[in-house]
Design a protein around this ligand. Structure first.
Ligand code: FES
Length: 107
């Protein structure tokens, strides 16, 4: 199972494991990682599952779909070039070791 590390705004790090196919958002929720709201439950309709993907991992991700790009306009925290919505990132073996930072706020 791929391991993913979430780095909180205060520097805390949490590393979790989740099965391939689980979204990054669900991996956080199922492991009680705080800092992701996911108000829409993963339908790409709320932008409260915002994360900053560490630069070296960005190329391993599929390009965001149009809907994700639209929703990234709605993030509560600053949108950056490495901003993604975690519900739109399905985990796969190649993403083992992925590191993402959580924004200061989601709403
Ligand atoms: Fe709502 Fe990701 S959970 S956009």
């Amino acid at each position: 199972m791929p391991k993913v590390t979430f780095i909180h705004d205060d520097g805390r790090e949490e590393t979790v494991e989740a099965p391939v196919g689980t979204s990054l958002m669900m991996a956080a929720m199922q492991n009680s990682v705080d800092g992701i709201e996911a108000e829409c439950g993963g339908c790409c309709m709320c932008a409260t599952c915002h994360v900053y993907v560490e630069e070296e991992h960005l190329s391993k991700l599929a390009e965001p779909e149009e809907l994700e790009l639209e929703m990234l306009e709605e993030t509560a925290a600053e949108r950056r070039p490495n901003s993604r919505l975690s519900c739109q990132i399905p985990l796969k073996d190649e993403l083992d070791g992925l590191v993402v930072r959580l924004p200061e706020r989601q709403v």
